[in-house]
Design a protein around this ligand. Structure first.
Ligand code: TYM
Length: 334
């Protein structure tokens, strides 16, 4: 069966190991299975739900497109475009917002985390952001959405919105109900400094994450300084309990070696944390450093990147505009 794949990444700079292992690495795998049709979107409209410096936004959009390509996404096989260049996303988001229920949005844990204590001061955009995400997905009749575990709840909301639309307007299967594709080796890649926080672009400490543009020395230094604990290397999954930093390092290791946790623990048996860190550094330098070099190389040719995004937006517009016109017809607007 041909899978229709759609996913998005915010252009907020500093794409990191969590974005790579949680999502982008999987994008490339899915694309390289030639049976799939893949669309990868730089979701600039999502990024402005919190203030973005206008001078940096365009640069960050290019950098995200460059990251996609550097990680192996091939613009001749997959569509790469930025969200704001396809107006159907905003139009569909409004319409789907009228289908969605406040109670559904009130349950979104990411809004609660991002808005923090003073949610009265959060933007309305941040609150309704999962509806825009649903529009992104549903406009392309997406069957599968590769994302990190932190987006799972948004995917469930997207499924609810699609089902309610189909029910309300008696249009069985018109909006396709998508499946999430979440890799299984770990739930989220966590900060190198605090294993209870997710690795994130917005963490003020650069040492908390491996950026995809980090140099060899930066990678080695950050892994060397990553937090561990005073106990020994765990021998079993039960011994990983309540040891979030160790759990994170072993999950990073096992997702690169493509082994399950149990196998990794067996291989690491008798080793020290500094052995583990050396192994992880070696793997990261081998896989991440060339990506960073490629990103910097690609960023030198702005016209090339702008052209890829333009060509992608023409293709995406063709699909999304048709779908939004059908949506408008179904609800009686045209
Ligand atoms: P964003 O930009 O925050 O993250 C992009 C992708 O990276 C994954 N990710 C992680 N995975 C594992 N560990 C981490 N520490 C980590 N940090 C980030 C995210 O799960 C995501 O897959 N709302 C989305 C973007 C979006 C989207 C869409 C995704 C907009 N429209 C439609 C899929 C389909 C977001 O903010 O991702």
């Amino acid at each position: 069966m041909t899978k229709k794949i759609f996913s998005g990444v915010q252009p907020t700079g500093n794409l990191h190991l969590g974005n790579y292992l949680g999502a982008i690495k999987n994008f490339t795998k899915l694309q390289n299975d030639n049976k799939n049709n893949c669309i990868f979107c730089v979701v600039d409209l999502h990024s402005i739900t919190v203030y973005q410096d206008p001078k940096l936004l365009k640069k960050n959009v290019r950098e995200t497109a460059a990251t996609f390509i550097a990680c192996g996404i091939d613009p001749s096989k997959s569509i790469i475009f930025n969200q704001s260049s396809v107006p159907a996303h905003s139009e569909a988001a409004w319409i789907l917002g009228c289908i969605s229920r406040m109670g559904w949005l009130n349950r979104m844990t990411q809004f609660k985390e991002k808005a923090g204590k003073d949610k009265e001061k959060a933007s309305i955009g941040l609150y309704v952001y999962p509806i825009l995400m649903a529009a992104d997905i549903l406009l392309y009749d997406t069957t599968h959405v590769p994302v990190g575990n932190d987006q799972k709840q948004h995917l469930e909301l997207c499924r609810d919105i699609a089902q309610k639309f189909n029910n309300d307007f008696d249009k069985k299967d018109f909006l396709k109900v998508p499946e999430p594709l979440i890799q299984e080796n770990f739930s989220r890649i966590m900060s190198l400094k605090n294993g209870l926080n997710k690795m994130s672009k917005s963490d003020p400490s650069d040492a908390s994450r491996i950026n995809l543009t980090d140099t060899r020395d930066q990678i080695i230094n950050k892994i060397k300084k990553a937090k561990t604990d005073n106990s020994f290397m765990p021998e079993s999954i039960i011994e990983l309990k309540n040891r979030p930093e160790i759990n994170n390092l072993i999950e990073i290791y096992s997702s690169f070696t493509d082994e399950d946790l149990e196998k990794s623990l067996k291989n690491l048996s008798g080793k020290s944390f500094s052995d583990l860190k050396n192994l992880i550094s070696e793997i990261l330098v081998e896989e991440i450093e060339p990506i960073g070099k490629k990103i910097n190389e690609l960023l030198k040719d702005k016209d090339y990147l702008d052209n890829i995004l333009l060509e992608g937006s023409v293709k995406a517009n063709n699909i999304a505009d048709k779908k939004v016109q059908e949506i408008k017809k179904i609800i009686g607007l045209t």
